[in-house]
Ligand binder design. Structure first.
Ligand code: PHE
Ligand code: ZN
Length: 881
């Protein structure tokens, strides 16, 4: 374990390396306990660097077996090798020379899942961000680009399949049952994109012909017997390849494209050049084992990793501060892809829900950081919702500001200018300035300044003057180490909705630049006057969530309800309803906390039945509209002195009240949407199931009777429907006979399928209430649970801490004590995953006093451990600061 040294890396300290590595050759002789890695580096001294400047290579836990320069031994005095670095002080005078390094690894012992490890008998590597240095000494930084030639030797029985990046070059048999394969990647790449896979896997094959007519052999490798479950991923891959050609003009560039699914993986997937490695959760799916959310995730992540080939691989990051250069942009691209493949409005609503659930609390808590951070202690902790999701929102805003065509022109310029380079956010933004002729200096603050801006709006209508006025004010709250903020350029899409639901025209506008339905806020305060407005409109603001902000707009409930019914922007309709629900829930939780009953306005209670039955709306949209804000959403809106139990009770009361009010309609729609023939994962069918399953939840809540959920559980023909019924039973009737029977049947049916058992762990870990923590502790002893498999850990421990408000925040602090124990146990072998679990503590200061104190104690206990990893210490100290 790499322990903390307290050292922080700062953006302003960036300097070029003195040496480059234009080419390297690697030879792996694979063995679980004793793998030998020979790395032959072609080193090039940069112009102007003196020959006595030492060559310092990064390592992490390495042992040097051998070192040669230009084939000759290196004197003892001329180099120093530690676990973490190799320094060579005496070097040849000529500017190019060859350094050969031999290291020895034990991949079977590697449970941190960084570098070379063994997952279920398969050798694989993970190098992003700094895993290559766990394989060999190297200039392990993204601005050092090299072409790789990789020879893999292994026992043929153990590993008939040998893969690395690029194109296959040669292969053959060796003595004693060994064999080898050589791969050559002609595209210079940073070390974090290196990958190797060796094992006994099955291939699902296909072929893609690119827009210029080049054939590409596609393969997805999975464990034997799981081939059929990779069909959907293959289909998604081909659609992604076509889409990137059509939408961005980007063509694939190698002869092969390989994807490997592994069962032990710290993250979702990895875009290694020509050899993507995936968490098997994001590859394997069929109707029996995958929910609709699983299918949608697979489609999105396959696309995401594929899109990295251009945004990340062909053009990469100069340093890790620029992580959003590849991640924010690639998330934006995968969002657009999913929107085109499915329903744009529904996709946008889901994106915003995710952003609010994950990025807003980050931006509003102790771990807040800019989309492009300026300092880090451990880069692993910066694969965050801010870098990914807010990073995507920033790209989306560029498109909003420039318009689709100019945005595309800027992207084309980016690809043309920077192909083959390692660049910065400034380089990226400059392409859009060049393409548009606009100055994006103020806009670029979105990359540099942390915190969620708040925009306050007051509206007024002067009937005599026919003038409608918006008084708009922006503020950005302080965040850690950024007390004072500068004013942002906020593109606020809007409509003035008239009495007939249509957007109203106006003759002119003063007070802000308004263009194509977007108000550009640049100053602290704008008074925006619309002239010639014939009747009092209702303002629909931040349409499509054009900017990732919070909006404070006092509005009559009647007007909000009007928008919820009539706004012609579907996102804003959803937003209006969601705001109504949120306001009602905040109010109700205050009452509940004060010992009163949670009462709700009857107009609001009448609306859900209308939505459920409105066939003019897509089913998926109706499902989202009927989904109440999550407990965590309500807590975030309340902001401080939070009592999760009161919120839970208020939400439960609203669900029941709606269910009773809409009982007959819900039951009828549920019935009418019933069986639709054989399963198809397409968006329309998924939407139909989503709506049915939301209705099922209400029906159970309204009736207090598990019968309909039991029936659905028993007759379900897909995992989507079966898992939904299971969670209704387990969450609404915990401990009851129906819930027990369903949980037992599910466990029995999927005994041998770890990915499905994850759903069983998740359902139980998210059961509301104070008893769940004991259940989770118990489940850690279950034979299918493993502390070393990240998917198991996340399903049971991670979802409990991040998605079970009343369970995790049990008022006596038991949830916090449990998480502290679990984090420390996981950290022993996997610091990266442990640090991510600990992030669940981040909003502790917004809790009521008693819970705050319990959470602080749990955090302090972790911080008090003597030997903490850099990953965990960084998170815990920033959270406590
Ligand atoms: N680069 C990966 C992605 O977003 C994420 C990742 C980071 C995977 C670090 C593994 C390790 O596509
Ligand atoms: Zn990515």
């Amino acid at each position: 374990m790499r322990t903390d040294t307290g050292q922080a890396f700062r953006l302003e300290d960036y300097r070029q390396s003195d040496y480059l590595i234009p080419e390297l050759e690697m030879i792996f002789r694979l063995d679980p306990e004793k793998t030998l890695v020979t790395t032959k580096l072609l080193i090039e001294r940069r112009d102007g660097v003196a020959a006595d400047v030492p060559l310092v290579l990064d390592g992490d836990g390495l042992k040097l077996e051998k070192l040669l320069i230009d084939g000759g031994a290196v004197e003892h005095n001329d180099h120093e090798a530690t676990a973490d670095s190799l320094t060579i002080t005496r070097l040849p005078r000529q500017s190019r020379f060859e350094v050969t390094i031999v290291t020895r690894l034990a991949p079977a012992q590697n449970k941190a899942l960084m570098g070379l490890y063994v997952s279920n008998g398969v050798y694989c590597t993970q190098c992003e961000a700094e895993g290559f240095r766990r394989i060999s000494y190297f200039l392990d930084r993204p601005d050092v680009l090299s072409t790789y030639r990789v020879r893999i030797e292994a026992r043929e029985k153990e590993a008939p399949l040998l893969l690395s990046n690029g194109n296959p070059a040669e292969s053959g048999a060796l003595e004693d049952g060994w064999h080898y394969a050589v791969w050559h990647d002609p595209f210079p790449k940073p070390s974090y994109l290196f990958a190797l896979v060796a094992g006994d896997l099955s291939a699902v094959r296909d072929r893609f012909v690119t827009m210029s007519g080049r054939g590409v052999d596609l393969a997805i490798y999975v464990e034997h017997g799981k081939e059929a479950r990779a069909a959907y991923a293959m289909d998604a891959l081909k659609r992604s390849m076509r889409w990137d050609e059509e939408r961005f003009g980007r063509e694939y560039d190698l002869d092969v494209f390989n994807i490997v699914a592994v069962s032990d993986f710290n993250m979702g997937a990895m875009e290694n050049k020509g050899l993507n490695v995936f968490n098997d959760k994001y590859v394997l799916a069929d109707p029996e084992t995958a929910t609709d959310a699983d299918f949608a995730n697979i489609e999105a992540i396959i696309a995401h990793e594929y899109f990295h080939n251009w945004t990340g691989n062909r053009i990469t990051c100069r340093d890790w501060f620029q992580l959003c250069l590849k991640e924010g942009l690639t998330v934006y691209r995968d969002h657009e892809f999913s929107a085109d493949q499915r329903s744009r409005a529904v996709k946008r609503i889901s994106e915003v829900r995710t952003l609010r659930a994950h990025q807003f609390p980050e931006d509003q808590g102790p771990l807040a950081h800019p989309v492009r951070p300026r300092r880090y202690r451990e880069i692993n902790n910066f694969y965050t919702a801010t870098v990914y999701e807010k990073g995507s929102e920033v790209v989306r805003m560029i498109r909003t500001i420039l318009g689709a065509d100019t945005f595309r022109a800027g992207m084309d310029l980016y690809f043309e200018r920077h192909d083959g380079q390692a660049v910065t956010i400034e380089d990226f933004v400059a392409c859009f300035e060049k393409a548009s002729g606009k100055d994006l200096t103020q806009f670029a603050l979105w990359y540099h300044q942390a915190g969620t801006p708040n925009v306050t709006v007051a509206t007024s209508y002067d009937a005599r003057a026919r003038e409608y006025t918006l008084e708009v004010e922006q503020s950005v709250p302080p965040t850690p180490s950024e007390a004072r903020k500068r004013l942002m350029h906020i593109p606020l899409a809007f409509g003035l909705v008239g009495p007939d639901g249509q957007d109203m025209a106006y003759d002119g506008v003063e007070g802000a630049e308004v263009e194509d339905g977007v108000i550009h806020l640049r100053k602290r305060r704008h008074i925006v006057r619309f002239k010639g407005v014939q009747a009092r409109p209702v303002a629909s603001l931040n349409r499509g969530f054009s900017a990732p902000i919070t909006l404070s707009l006092v509005m009559r409930q009647k007007d909000r309800l009007f928008l919820a019914c009539h706004d012609n922007d579907l996102f804003s309709r959803w937003e209006a309803l969601n705001t109504l629900f949120t306001e009602a829930l905040i109010d109700a939780s205050t009452r509940v906390r004060g010992g009163k009953s949670a009462d709700f306005d009857t107009t609001l209670l009448g609306y859900p039945a209308e939505i459920a039955a409105d066939e003019g709306l897509e089913a998926a949209y109706r499902a989202l509209a009927l989904t109440l804000p999550a407990e965590a959403d309500i807590a975030r809106e309340i902001g401080s002195n939070i009592d999760p139990d009161a919120i839970g009770r208020a939400r439960e009361a609203l669900r029941k009240a709606i269910a009773r009010e809409a009982q007959e309609t819900f039951a009828r729609v549920y019935r009418d949407l019933g069986d639709d023939g054989p399963f198809s994962p397409d968006a329309k069918s998924a939407g139909r199931r989503a709506l049915r399953n939301v209705l099922l939840e209400y029906m159970a809540a309204g009736s207090g009777d598990p019968a309909s959920a039991v029936r659905q559980f028993e007759t379900a023909s897909s995992m989507a429907d079966r898992a939904a019924a299971l969670s209704v039973l387990a969450h609404q009737f915990p401990g009851g006979d129906a819930a027990r029977a369903a949980l037992a049947a599910f466990e029995e049916r999927y005994r041998d399928n770890p990915l499905v058992l994850d759903k069983w762990f998740i359902v139980q870990a998210t059961t509301p209430g104070g008893k769940t923590v004991d259940l989770v502790r118990e489940l850690m002893e279950h034979p299918a649970f493993s502390l070393t498999n990240p998917n198991r850990v996340r399903s049971l421990i991670g979802t409990f801490a991040s998605s079970n408000q009343t369970g995790f925040h049990r008022s006596d602090g038991e949830g916090y004590r449990f998480l502290a124990d679990a984090v420390l146990a996981v950290e022993k072998h996997n610091p990266q995953v442990a640090a991510r679990l600990a992030v669940a503590f981040r909003s502790w200061r917004s809790l009521e006093k008693g819970r705050q104190e319990e959470a602080r104690k749990a955090l302090a206990r972790i911080a008090g451990e003597k030997e903490l990893s850099r990953d965990l210490r960084d998170i815990v100290e920033r959270t406590l600061a």
